[in-house]
Design a protein around this ligand. Sequence first.
Ligand code: FES
Length: 219
Amino acid sequence: MPDPANRIESGSAAETLSDTSPVSAACGGMDRRQLLALGSAAVAACCLGSSTEAFAGLPAPAAERPKKGDWLVVADAGDHEGKVVTLDMLTAGGAMISAWPVDAETKTTRSGTRFNKVLVVRAEPDKFDESTLAKSVEGVVAFSAVCTHQACAVTGWIPEDAMLACPCHGSLFSVGEGGKVLGGPARKRLPILPLAVDADGMLTVADAFTAKVGPAAQT
Ligand code: FES
């Protein structure tokens, strides 16, 4: 398997954040623009804090699948963790961002299950097929981060070939062809989470996943 470039390992610090902080408690009354203005640290505390409910055994709504109107926050550990994902954070062939959807009404980060995590990449849209183009924004596409073979975390991004790669058994998925399997043992496309963009450049979810996430046997 090609050595994935620009790879960002998946992961979340949701477990480490408290949902009892004052910032978190105030989140419910804020709209998206207010959250965007807060910056990454506050948004991380605000949006990711509520996800602790899921780890305490309360699956909803943090474990509910993303839906139209959700926005995305960075899931990768680091300086940008919890930051709202905007179009200008991604460049064609640049680094991949792993992200959690956030419920637009309750501000709940949907990090209660890794089956909600998405990989956001940007590639050249003139190489996209029609279906993928319709689900993307200026070359930005969001895919499920769960491999359709045996549910490993897909962590590889090979920008020169516009492919996503699973490290477990080497399955390769085409970005421009809607997650089509290009190699390895997977037999099912990687589902897309269709995207839109708002007037502030925030990426939002335009529709539900194009297919059930993960291996067919588990969905
Ligand atoms: S679980 Fe991804 S290739 Fe096997």
